[in-house]
Design a protein. Structure first.
Length: 255
């Protein structure tokens, strides 16, 4: 590891297993791993993260992965950082993070998105693990609200599994490591009965502030077009309220 480039190696566990193929990793823990590397790379307490965007370049192979993190655009008030994940000798994911200088903007702060009721008002929900296979989904604890329907889901999720074994994750790492599940919270189509594949090819998260707590809330909206594309959008919440938004674009294929 040089001063300007951080390189780390990891080996996946069954808790990171994906939902579409047995020998691949779920995007959620991979993005959490990138978040952990971002947090460890040249930390600046006077900066906040405003966006992380992930592009999946290839199959997220289980086993050994390498994460390389470096600054693309340095600055005193704005900076852009890039993390690249390698598996089996190939770049399989690229994440880009915008960070900006923190400041007091409470005088003009206003939130227009609807609030999500607290975790305590939601009911236990095990449909995620029944619908989706894979070790990662099995590690999820989920709770839903009564108005949860296909295409429109309101849920809270968490997990007891750490992103990196033996290291207690910060809320930033933990909640980013859960966000990709938005694509499977309230799908329009059922993979098994409809014989449809709708994996997301990217994940973009915009933040209003730094995350807190261990529970991540979603208010999701899913759409599938008629020509092979789909979009899952979600408002994100933590225990302090609205956290930000995320978007995922899908490749939709019928068997």
């Amino acid at each position: 590891m040089s001063e300007d480039v951080r390189t780390s190696y990891f080996v996946s566990t069954p808790h990171a297993q994906g939902a579409w193929q047995d020998d691949e990793l779920h995007m959620a823990p991979v993005s959490g791993l990138v978040a952990a590397e971002l947090e460890a790379y040249q930390p600046r307490e006077d900066f906040i993260t405003t966006r992380i965007s992930f592009d999946i370049l290839g199959k997220l192979h289980a086993g050994e992965v390498k994460v390389v993190t470096e600054t693309v655009r340095p600055g005193r008030t704005i900076e852009l950082i890039q993390s690249t994940v390698y598996a089996q000798g190939r770049a399989v994911l690229v994440g880009r993070t915008w960070k900006v200088i923190a400041s007091d903007t409470s005088k003009v702060a206003k939130l227009n998105d609807p609030a999500l009721p607290p975790v305590e008002e939601a009911e236990p929900w095990d449909e995620m693990s029944k619908r989706w296979p894979g070790g990662f989904i099995k590690s999820i604890e989920a709770r839903k609200f009564a108005d949860h329907t296909p295409g429109h889901g309101r849920v809270w999720i968490t997990t007891d599994i750490d992103v990196i074994e033996g290291e207690t994750p910060s809320p930033f790492v933990k909640l980013i490591g859960l966000t990709d599940t938005a694509n499977g919270v309230a799908p329009i189509a059922e993979p098994s009965t409809d014989n449809v594949f709708f994996a997301n090819v990217d994940l973009t998260i915009h933040f209003l502030r730094e995350p807190v707590g261990t529970w991540l809330g979603f208010a999701t909206s899913a759409n599938i077009g008629a020509t092979g594309g789909g979009i899952t959008s979600a408002i994100l919440y933590d225990t302090h309220g609205i956290l930000g938004r995320c978007e995922q674009s899908q490749t939709v294929r019928l068997a």
